[in-house]
Design a protein around this ligand. Structure first.
Ligand SMILES: Nc1ncnc2c1ncn2[C@@H]1O[C@H](COP(=O)(O)OS(=O)(=O)O)[C@@H](OP(=O)(O)O)[C@H]1O
Length: 350
C-alpha cells in the first residue's frame, strides 16, 4: 500500500530539487572525466615521449597518430593568429619559418621545382611568393611565419621567391633568420632566361621597346646594358658571391633548369637528397604532356589529379635576331665559366 505523505509535503520517494540537481551534476562530472581520460590517452599516451610507448596497442597508436595529425602536439603552445584573423577550429601542425627556400632564379623553373617538391609527404610549401627578404622585410618575421603552411615536426616548410637571388640584402637577412637555411637555385641558360623574362614583360606591357633595343647601350660597339634586369639576373657568378659571404656552397643546391624539363625525376632526386628526405618523387610521378610540351605531374599535391603548370609557364618566346643572341652568348661566356668553376658543375650553356 502506498504511503501517503503528510499534507503540504512532497511524497517521501520523490527526490528534493536540490538532490536531483546534485545527481545531474554527478553524472555530468563522471561523463566529463571519462571524456578527458579518453582524449588524454589517445593524444598524449602514444605521442608523448614521456609516456610508455610499449603499452599502446597498435590500433590505438594508429588512431592517436591520426588524431595527432589533426591537432597540435601535446604541450606545444598554439602560435598567435595573425592580427585580424578569426579563431577557427584547431588545424594540424604549427606554422614554422622555412627550412629551405628556392631563392632563384626568375624564369629558371622555380615554380616547377616548388610544385614537384611539395608532392613529397615530408614537405609543405607556401604556394604564393611572399617576397619577405626583399619587399616585405619591414613586416617582421612573425608576419612571415604567419604566411606559412602548418607542418608537423617531421615536415619541412619551403617557400620560393626568385627575386631573392639578385637582392643584395637577402643572404644576410636569411642568414639572420637561420644560418641553417637550405638554399635552392634553379639556373637556366642566361640568354634563354633573358628572352623568357622579356617575353613575360611584353605579355603584360605590349608597348615596351624591342629586346634588341633594351639589350644594348651601344649595339654597334657590342656594349650590353647590364643595368637592365633581364640581363643582370643572368650574371649568376656575380650574384652568387653575395650568397657565399654567408652560406657555404654545401648549403646551396643548384638545379639545372634544362634538365628539369628533360629529366624532372633525376633533378628532383637530387633536390630530395639535398633536403635530406627519402627519394619519394620518382619517374612514376611524371608524364610528358605533348600539348604543353613539358613534363607534368600525374597527381598534384592539391587535387590529386594530373596537373601541368599554368599558361604563364612555357610561353612561346619572342623571335630574337640570331646575331643578338650570338652577342649575348659572348657576353655571358666569362660569367658562365666563372659560375661553373665556383659551383663545380658544368651546365653546358654553350
Ligand atoms: N614542367 C614544366 N612546365 C612548365 N614550365 C616549366 C617546367 N619545367 C620548367 N619550366 C620552365 O619554367 C619557366 C618559368 O620559370 P619560373 O617558374 O621560375 O618563372 S617565375 O620566375 O616564377 O615567373 C618556364 O619558362 P618559359 O618556357 O620561358 O615560359 C619553363 O620553361
Amino acid at each position: 500500500m502506498a504511503r501517503r505523505a503528510p499534507s503540504g509535503r512532497a511524497p517521501a520517494v520523490a527526490p528534493a530539487p536540490s538532490r536531483r540537481l546534485a545527481g545531474r551534476v554527478l553524472v555530468l562530472f563522471t561523463l566529463s572525466l571519462s571524456c578527458s581520460y579518453l582524449c588524454y590517452s589517445l593524444l598524449c599516451c602514444c605521442g608523448s615521449p614521456a609516456a610508455p610507448r610499449a603499452r599502446c596497442p597498435p590500433a590505438r597508436a594508429a588512431a592517436a597518430k591520426k588524431l595527432l595529425q589533426q591537432s597540435r602536439p601535446c604541450g606545444r603552445a598554439a602560435p598567435a593568429p595573425p592580427a585580424g584573423s578569426a579563431p577557427g577550429p584547431a588545424r594540424p601542425g604549427t606554422k614554422r619559418l622555412p627550412r629551405a627556400i628556392v631563392v632563384g632564379v626568375k624564369k629558371g623553373g622555380t615554380r616547377a621545382v616548388l610544385e614537384f617538391i611539395r608532392v613529397h609527404p615530408e614537405v609543405r610549401a607556401l604556394g604564393t611568393e611572399p617576397h619577405f627578404f626583399d619587399r616585405n622585410y619591414h613586416r617582421g618575421l612573425e608576419w612571415y611565419r604567419s604566411l606559412m603552411p602548418r607542418t608537423l615536426d617531421s615536415q619541412i616548410t619551403v617557400e620560393k621567391t626568385p627575386s631573392y637571388f639578385v637582392t643584395k640584402e637577402a643572404p644576410r637577412r636569411i642568414f639572420n633568420m637561420s644560418r641553417d637555411t637550405k638554399l635552392i637555385v634553379v639556373v637556366r641558360n642566361p640568354v634563354t632566361r633573358a628572352i623568357s623574362d622579356y617575353t613575360q614583360t611584353l605579355s603584360k606591357k605590349p608597348d615596351i621597346p624591342t629586346f634588341e633595343g633594351l639589350t644594348f647601350r651601344n649595339r654597334s660597339l657590342g656594349l650590353v646594358d647590364t643595368s637592365w634586369n633581364a640581363i643582370r639576373i643572368g650574371m649568376y657568378a656575380v650574384h652568387l658571391q653575395s650568397w657565399l659571404q654567408y652560406f657555404p656552397l654545401s648549403q646551396i643546391h643548384f638545379v639545372s633548369g634544362e634538365r628539369l624539363i628533360t629529366d624532372p625525376a633525376g633533378e628532383m632526386g637530387k633536390v630530395q637528397d639535398f633536403l635530406g628526405i627519402k627519394r619519394v618523387i620518382t619517374d612514376k610521378h611524371f608524364y610528358f604532356n605533348k600539348t604543353k610540351g613539358f613534363p607534368c605531374l600525374k597527381k598534384s599535391e592539391s587535387s590529386g589529379l594530373p596537373r601541368c603548370l599554368g599558361k604563364s609557364k612555357g610561353r612561346t618566346h619572342v623571335q630574337i635576331d640570331p646575331e643578338v643572341i650570338e652577342q649575348l652568348r659572348d657576353f655571358y661566356r666569362p660569367y658562365n665559366i666563372k659560375f661553373y668553376e665556383t659551383v663545380g658543375q658544368d651546365f653546358r650553356w654553350e
